[in-house]
Design a protein around this ligand. Sequence first.
Ligand code: MLT
Length: 392
Amino acid sequence: MTSRDKTSPTSDPRKRRSRGEVRKKTGQTATLRPAFPSPQRGGQSGALAQSPSLPMTPTSFQSERVPAGWQHRHLLDLERLTGDEIRLLLDTAALFKEATDHCRRKLTVLTGSTVVNLFFENSTRTRTSFSLAARRLGADVIDFSASTSSLSKGESFIDTARNLEAMGIDAVVVRHSTPGTPHLLAQHLDVGVINAGDGPHEHPTQGLLDIFSIRERLGDLTGVTVGLVGDIAHSRTARSNLWGLLKLGAKVILCGPPTLVSQRWRELGVEVSHDLDAIVPRCDVLNLLRIQFERQNTRPFPSVREYAHLYAMTSDRLTRAKPDLLILAPGPINRGVEMTAEVADCRQSLILDQVTNGLAVRMGVLWLTCGPREPAAARVHVPPVSDARTRG
Ligand code: MLT
């Protein structure tokens, strides 16, 4: 039984509030009806019952419940989601983006919920984005600081998390350098667990926001060619992109030095290249990934200058690309390493759109994790992450 299940219907403020209230920045309150789908014919309700996508009608929210097409309690990775579940996440994010006027206005759909940020690694975008997303939905946010907590007095990670849970929280957003940490938490907690990056393993909301940004420009991803360039071996962003893109029918090319891009990735159905110049003309999208020096024991190339010469996206390379090539980067970006400053700021760059879309995606994820749902929603068994999945 979750903490939410223990709450009586009348004591839950989310059940008392009027439907879909939106507080505008000006302070006045507008009314929006949540655009989640109502039960469909044939017994199954939710987006997936009628199509892989939600109806894109953000001004006609029909139900405040999490759609039945979303049966998960947690968001741990994209590897174990289906294409339809990923589409549902993206469609939910799109609804929230529109309902909040491009992520600027506030809703009250999670009023009464509390989200805890449990970050054991540095973060600028992800932590801020989760905090803002939770607040945009009306939730309270607690930022847990590992260095000033009782972890430094010897308390175990699980005990710390259980203590936080006992305070009546609804979701934990966790970032940790050890792959599988969110999966471990999910086995011990009854509240929703959202992976905000587990070492080099996965960063599902980053993968979703990258894919969301591509889909917003190009529509259906079937047949779209996406090049992921850089430190594939250590990049959790690469892994989440790879799973999400493949499940949505995109063609994925992994590109970088042989020391950072193993030919073994081909076993997953992706193309592997060590020659950026050869792949640039074929790509519709390039996602330029940072070299994760903090996760490397040895230098994977002689010098950053040499890496940039071979793998940085430059204006010159842009002239040989499709005219509408989209440029993505998860950030933080290192101008002059993954790309030149001109490319970072060029017409096709979606880098700042990605940041805005991160809010939309995280609102969608928080809603699906914390929003009210049918009591019978299935709990999904969470197997541990295998070591093999984290290797480059
Ligand atoms: C991450 O935390 O993995 C970032 O989003 C990407 C990076 O650090 O390069």
